[in-house]
Design a protein around this ligand. Structure first.
Ligand SMILES: Nc1ncnc2c1ncn2[C@@H]1O[C@H](COP(=O)(O)OP(=O)(O)OP(=O)(O)O)[C@@H](O)[C@H]1O
Ligand SMILES: [Mg+2]
Length: 468
């Protein structure tokens, strides 16, 4: 179990927690201050009330004291029964003798000795006062009253209960409000984070900008992020331009060198000795590989800049396969692989961009040769409903699930495997070209057993000027 750490909490929870804690603490403080002030003022209020009561009883008992009528005085004190908080009461005459007295039945039957001066005290859970009884300005006796503090305790309990209930309710409401409101803060921030992650993974569309919803700090982050993405897009555009210019400039000279090599091999520059032949053979293979790489780079940069155009026309499967397998005789022979063609000669007409379909197929054949050490490579033509299909199956190393997962992306272009097997652009381009021709590419593979790629494009239907 991990230790609870505030810094590890998601922002959503932090904001909610801060809002709930601060509102609960301030509410609690307010309640505490209220209870405290009540507990300070209540004793004063109680004393005052008791003093008022003493005043009334004192005023009513002056006649009884003056005429020594203790029965009337007793009757007066007995009326205190009506007030359940009064514990005891006592009326003293001028000599300090008890004149009449009252005690609540459940209270101790105790009356203190007279105190001459006016006095009130709060102790032992009760309030006591001694108050002179005056008649026309002359003192005629003394009254003692004692009251319990139960009323105060009940009030305090009520306040505490209200505080707890209000506290819980306020906590729940502030939790609800805070969790709603935090979305307004974290929502836009989450957008920025998601976009950053996409871009870091190389999946984000650099032309898209975040919507800036406010002028607060998050708005500033979004704006700064948009500026950053803009700059990144500028760099990306520069990179694409550079690749496209460089590869375009390289394509012609490399093609020319390849042409010269072909001419020399055909003996146009005179008879070749076996060593020269071997060297030229090597040079031709390297030259072709270079040409393929340059073409791939050019195609990929066209795809990325969105300037790929297709020229859809009727084309025969036979022609496409014929063009694609050209040049592979030597690489096949070198690895001792055989090339089988199935259903190709009777394969029907397709509605596709001939050059792009050939390039796609060449990529597949190239891969198959690279990844197969013994056995054969089969190019098979068939039809599936409205689609014409060309399969390239090999008996090679096959692929694991991870490779298959990123097969049609160009993520690996700068990866460490790039040196071993190529630029890693072939299938990315193939997939894109197939989509452009309203077709698709799919793959099945088993590690150690072989792989089968399947290109599908619409079949051509004569008479209706286009696809089947
Ligand atoms: N027939 C196959 N058998 C086994 N693995 C394959 C096969 N075809 C492709 N792969 C795997 O898929 C990866 C990607 O192929 P892709 O054609 O996109 O790039 P590449 O061949 O590495 O480079 P490039 O085609 O740009 O020269 C290959 O590196 C290889 O690991
Ligand atoms: Mg390849």
């Amino acid at each position: 179990m991990g230790i609870f750490r505030f810094s590890d909490m998601p922002l959503k929870k932090k904001i909610t927690l801060i809002a709930v804690v601060s509102s609960s603490v301030s509410l609690l403080m307010a309640c505490l201050v209220f209870i405290l002030s009540e507990s300070l003022t209540f004793p004063r209020v109680m004393r005052q009330n008791l003093s008022n009561l003493a005043q009334i009883i004192g005023d009513n008992s002056t006649a009884a004291l003056s005429f020594n009528d203790s029965r009337t005085a007793q009757g007066l004190l007995d009326t205190l029964k009506a007030n359940p908080h009064i514990l005891s009461a006592c009326l003293y005459d001028l000599k300090g003798q008890v004149f009449a007295r009252y005690a609540r039945p459940d209270a101790p039957q105790y009356w203190p000795a007279v105190v001459w001066e006016e006095k009130s005290e709060f102790s032992g859970g009760s309030v006591r006062i001694f108050q002179p009884v005056l008649s026309g300005g002359d003192r005629v006796g003394t009254l003692y009253l004692e009251s319990d503090t139960r009323e105060m305790q009940l009030r305090m309990m009520d306040y505490t209960l209200v505080t707890v209930v209000v506290g819980v309710l306020a906590f729940l409401i502030s939790l609800l409000v805070a969790s709603r409101l935090q979305q307004r803060v974290t929502g836009p921030l989450q957008q920025v984070v998601d976009r950053m992650k996409d871009i870091a993974k190389g999946e984000g569309d650099l032309t898209k900008r975040l919507e800036v919803t406010g002028k607060d700090e998050i708005g500033e982050v979004a704006e700064a992020f948009n500026t950053f993405v803009g700059k990144l897009q500028g760099v990306e555009d520069m990179k694409l331009d550079l690749i496209s210019v460089v590869s375009h400039q390289l394509k012609t000279p490399v093609a020319e060198i390849n042409g010269f090599i072909e001419n020399m091999m055909m003996g146009l520059t005179g008879e070749l000795n076996p060593k020269q032949k071997t060297y030229l053979d090597e040079m031709r293979a390297i030259g072709r590989e270079n040409y393929r790489l340059i073409t791939d780079l050019l195609s990929a940069s066209k795809i990325d800049r969105g300037v790929v155009t297709v020229d859809l026309k009727p084309v025969s499967t036979k022609e496409v396969v014929g063009l694609a397998i050209r040049d592979y005789e030597v690489p096949l022979a070198r690895k001792g692989l055989s090339l089988e063609l199935e259903g190709v000669w009777e394969g029907g007409m397709l509605y596709a961009d001939r050059d792009k379909l050939v390039e796609a197929l060449r990529n597949l054949i190239n891969n198959a040769i690279k990844c197969t050490d013994k056995g054969s490579i089969t190019v098979r033509a068939l039809t599936e409903g409205d689609m014409g299909v060309i399969e390239v199956a090999d008996t090679g190393i096959g692929m694991d699930a991870e490779t298959m997962g990123r097969l049609f992306t160009k993520n690996r272009v700068l990866g460490k495997e790039a040196h071993r097997s190529g630029a890693g652009l072939g299938l990315y381009i193939t997939k894109n070209f197939m989509k452009q021709q309203n077709g698709d590419i799919t793959v099945t593979s088993e590690k150690g057993r072989g792989t089968c790629f399947k290109l599908a494009v619409p079949r051509f239907k004569p008479g209706e000027g286009g696809r089947l």
